[in-house]
Design a protein around this ligand. Structure first.
Ligand code: 3UK
Length: 562
């Protein structure tokens, strides 16, 4: 009889990820003291979420929904097992191989991601909007061998292929109305696939940061990380139930979306709606149409949906009971507006691609305007000074966190920036409110505006501007200025019916001076019809900072670049 493999032995025959993990000394400290984080040494994330749900008797319950799709847990498992079978039996996938996933959010994309992990592969999600050059960078960095791609996005991947010698196998999938080659191959597989017996510390996911500068960083996540994340924020802060139905906007390629719209619903035995188009205009009616109860999206999306709701005779989403916001700071005005329009208190949470998901957040009953919340059970957080020592409450410093998940860059010297002294440093400036211990976001550390000797956090000025009834959206950055070093400059999108003229600029400047310390008011105000955002809903401050007329003071009415 063959000796049993030691509990920690990797199942990966392809050791690419294993060989590129940061050395032990460069890893953050991992903390597993929360009950519920005593995880077994062998763990396959898909089996632990999906197969376990079916084994618990949820087979007949709704699981993945989308346009023209409504799969039960049993049906989802059968789809996942067939695709895992295609990967291993037909496409020669070996445990540890990286598989590119390319498509808008759909049940089929979700099934592909789960299948890759079940088969012992490493899932590499990509934002649908990426162009050939960006895809090639990721494919090369991760030495990706296989790709499962939505047929409608085939062209850009085809354009990338000549630059990607590692990528030898591509299969396209279709829609419920027009199935593709992947579905045809899956139909030839049996409905059961035995999960690969991965170690808890085998890499399951490679998530690339949507970095604003430099080469994107690949963050590696173990099977254990995905399951640990399911045991922290969801049961302690979100507290969803099996009867819940999730819906939202973040792509599954973004860990905010993968957790919030796939793994956490599965862990709760709930159902989830995966929408290809989830702009505020599309998401709002979809909440009502699907009877969703938990909404997961970005702050700007709540603000835009609130503006749509107030134009309607009745809120179009009577079932909605929980709303999650992450990706950027939630302005107090948006929290209030959403509560007043829908009656739902938003659950804000800060997470990062490196940490996999949310580590500071507040339940509805703890939520307070302008604060992110408290460390999520399972995580510790501190504010560090420049010398790396912990600062007392009330002082602004660098946010540092540790917990069961943490930063593991794929072969990247920037590991030493994110992880210092065992802490994960997110790059955010925060303070702890001495009154209630809540963590209060200031800005990204490199976005702090130093003007005339004062430190000014752009998001605080944005929060003030958003309280003005004419402001739809805004972004505040520092613009170079000879006299002050930097100048506070606001880019403002007005609501329909308002004129972006000199009088409005002056009115907004006065309004900010009345709302927060006057020295923080924007000395330059620029009106725009839209603001540059990433596919994950984040304001691209670096692009605002690069504006050609960034030094100019006063008013500019130039239209946004196409
Ligand atoms: C910022 C926030 C204030 C912050 C993410 C939830 O956004 C996510 O991951 P990214 O790697 O960016 C991380 C950075 O985004 N941020 C995110 N949430 C908040 N700032 N308040 C918030 N609530 O600068 C952070 O360092 O793109 C969010 C879950 C998973 C994620 N990957």
């Amino acid at each position: 009889m063959a000796a049993e493999a030691p509990a920690h032995a990797s199942a990966h025959l392809d050791r690419f990820a294993l060989d590129r993990l940061p050395p032990a000394a460069a890893l953050p400290e991992f903390v597993f003291d929360l009950p519920g984080l005593q995880l077994p040494p062998r763990l396959n994330a898909t089996a632990a979420l999906l197969d376990a749900a079916v084994a618990r008797g949820l087979g007949g319950q709704p699981c993945l929904l989308g346009e023209g799709v409504a799969w039960s847990y049993a049906e989802t498992k059968a789809q996942v097992d067939r695709i895992a079978g295609v990967l291993v039996h037909q496409l020669g996938l070996v445990a540890g191989n990286r598989v590119l996933l390319r498509g808008a959010n759909t049940p089929l994309l979700a099934a592909c991601m789960l299948a890759v992990m079940k088969a012992g592969g490493i899932a590499v999600g990509t934002m649908p909007m990426l162009r050939a050059r960006e895809l090639a960078t990721i494919i090369d960095k991760a030495q990706i061998s296989h790709a499962l791609c939505d047929g409608r996005l085939a062209d850009e991947l085809a354009a990338a292929r000549p630059l990607c010698p590692s990528l030898h196998t591509v299969r396209h999938y279709g829609t419920p109305a027009a199935p593709g080659e992947l579905e045809a191959a899956a139909a030839r597989e049996p409905g059961h696939f035995e999960p690969v017996d991965t170690a808890a510390t085998d890499v399951a996911l490679l998530a690339f940061t949507s970095g604003t500068t430099g080469v994107p960083k690949g963050t590696m996540h173990f099977h254990r990380d995905l399951i640990a994340a399911c045991a922290c924020w969801p049961p302690h802060v979100l507290r969803a139930q099996a009867s819940d139905r999730f819906i939202g906007s973040p792509p599954l390629a973004f860990t905010f979306g993968l957790g919030g719209l796939l793994l956490f619903p599965l862990a709760a035995g709930a159902s989830t709606v995966l929408l290809e188009k989830a702009s505020p205009e599309a998401l709002l009616p979809a909440i009502g149409r699907f009877g969703a109860t938990v909404c997961v999206t970005a702050p700007t999306s709540y603000r835009a949906m609130a503006a749509l709701v107030v134009q309607m005779p009745q809120p179009p989403m009577p079932t909605l009971r929980k709303c999650v916001s992450a990706g950027e700071a939630l302005p107090a005005a948006t929290r209030t507006l959403w509560r007043q329009t829908t009656g739902v208190e938003i659950i804000d949470g800060i997470g990062s691609t490196e940490m996999f998901h949310i580590f500071i957040s507040a339940r509805e009953d703890q939520a307070r305007g302008g604060a992110t919340g408290l460390p999520v059970p399972g995580y510790r957080a501190a504010i560090l000074g420049d010398d790396g020592r912990e600062l007392p409450p009330g002082q602004v410093g660098r946010l540092a966190v540790k917990g069961p998940t943490g930063c593991k860059y794929l072969d990247d010297p920037r590991q030493a920036q994110y992880v210092q002294g065992g802490w994960n440093l997110t790059g955010d400036a925060y303070l702890v409110d001495p009154a209630d211990g809540q963590f209060v976001y200031q800005a990204r550390t490199d976005d702090m505006i130093v003007s005339g000797g004062y430190n000014i956090a752009g998001p605080e000025v944005e929060a003030a501007l958003l309280l003005h009834p004419a402001v739809a959206e805004c972004g505040v950055v520092g613009a170079p200025d000879e006299a002050r070093g930097m100048l506070v400059k606001a880019f403002v999108v007005l609501k329909p019916g308002h004129e972006g003229d000199a009088a409005m600029a002056a009115a907004l400047q006065d309004f900010v001076k009345q709302t927060i310390a006057p020295y923080k008011y924007p000395r330059a105000v620029v009106f725009r019809s839209s603001l540059p955002r990433t596919e994950t809903g984040k304001l691209q401050r670096f692009r605002l900072k690069q504006e050609p007329e960034a030094g100019a003071c006063g008013l500019s009415l130039t239209p946004p670049p196409a």
